[in-house]
Design a protein around this ligand. Structure first.
Ligand code: PBG
Length: 324
């Protein structure tokens, strides 16, 4: 009997017939940028991930480009917050300054920006609150349009709204088109679950809600059909790429989406996924490299075309070493 062993006889043959290919061109690396000078501070909850200031971020971009990583998603940490998230769209906001600096130094990097208000509001919610402290969906999407436009004006290439308000893609598309940015793509965090895996990120971005949670706008992780519904709404409103987030506990969802839609699918392997592997690796409980390779492969196998991951640099190195 030889039911496939013939094709497993050497690494070259295994590579030849491998059903899952992981490529550098599909990786997106997240970067946190804060106010200040000369900063490269390690994020305690995410070993080996850093917050940069506008003047140091270019060193990191240069490293990434050298490794063949051409895409970043930027998160801003402002020094002032208010109840309506003004810092998210002002001309001298942290992201706007970072974009101008990065684009001055490099034109080969694709800058994606996270469009959301939670890092900029003093209550930490992803939108404006009404009298009853409930997020006002329709007022919030107006501001999201302003935020997205301000990012593109400062040099961003793609916007990625992560707020989960209803109708935001349509509103952002309209705002961009009105300013003539008709060719700017939108990656929609269409399928974003209310997840405990975001824990370390909230420390990194200082964006934990000061009261309540995000369960009224993020998805319930018991639901699978709802993911398809969310994706279809966003496609209809003009999304160009559909994101599923988190990734590792949601491989079934990634596959469902991949089977049902005809747009590129992007998975976001989030902070909690990173920190669990990193810390277990540091303690010697798992073989970190092999776990990175296996989990990353599973995300592509599930159907991701694009992956946002804090392990992008490790993955690029393993690709160079022929380990994928
Ligand atoms: C919201 C946002 C979050 C993440 C990305 N964008 C946090 C949240 O929704 O609470 C999480 C990413 C991660 O955990 O790595 N701006």
């Amino acid at each position: 009997m030889n039911r496939g062993r013939r094709l497993r006889q050497s690494q070259n043959i295994r590579n030849l017939v491998s059903e899952t290919k992981v490529s550098k061109s599909s990786l997106i690396y997240p970067i946190f940028i804060q106010e200040g000078n000369n900063i490269k501070d390690e994020i305690k909850a995410m070993p080996n991930q850093f917050r940069y200031s506008v003047d140091t971020v270019s060193f990191e971009i240069e490293n990434l480009l050298k490794q063949g990583i051409n895409n970043v998603i930027l998160f801003g940490i402002p020094d002032k917050k208010d109840s309506v998230g003004t810092g998210a769209y002002i001309e001298n906001g942290i992201i706007q300054k970072a974009l101008r600096e990065i684009k001055k130094n490099f034109n080969e990097i694709t800058c994606i920006t996270d469009v959301c208000m939670c890092e900029y509001t003093n209550h930490g919610h992803c939108g404006i609150l009404d009298k009853n402290n409930i997020v006002d969906n329709d007022k919030t999407i107006q501001i999201l349009g302003k935020i997205a436009t301000s990012h593109i004006e400062a040099g961003a290439d793609i916007v990625a709204p992560s707020d989960m308000m209803d109708g935001r893609i349509k509103e952002i598309r309209k705002a961009l088109d009105n300013k003539g940015f008709v060719n700017t793509p939108i990656i929609s965090y269409a399928v974003k679950y209310a997840s405990a895996f975001y824990g370390p990120f909230r420390e990194a971005a200082d964006s934990a809600p000061s009261f309540g949670d995000r369960k009224t706008y993020q998805m319930d992780f018991r639901n699978r059909n709802e993911a398809i519904k969310e994706a279809f709404y966003d496609i209809e409103e003009g999304a160009d790429i559909i994101m599923v987030k988190p990734a590792l506990s949601y491989l079934d969802i990634i596959r469902d989406i991949k089977n049902r839609i005809n747009l590129p699918v992007c998975a976001y392997s989030v902070s909690g996924e990173y920190s669990m592997i990193k810390l277990a690796g540091e303690k010697g409980l798992i073989d970190e490299d092999k776990i990175i390779i296996e989990t990353t492969t599973s995300m592509y196998r599930a159907g991701s075309d694009i992956l946002i991951t804090y392990f992008a640099k490790e993955i690029a190195k393993f690709i160079d070493e022929g380990r994928f």
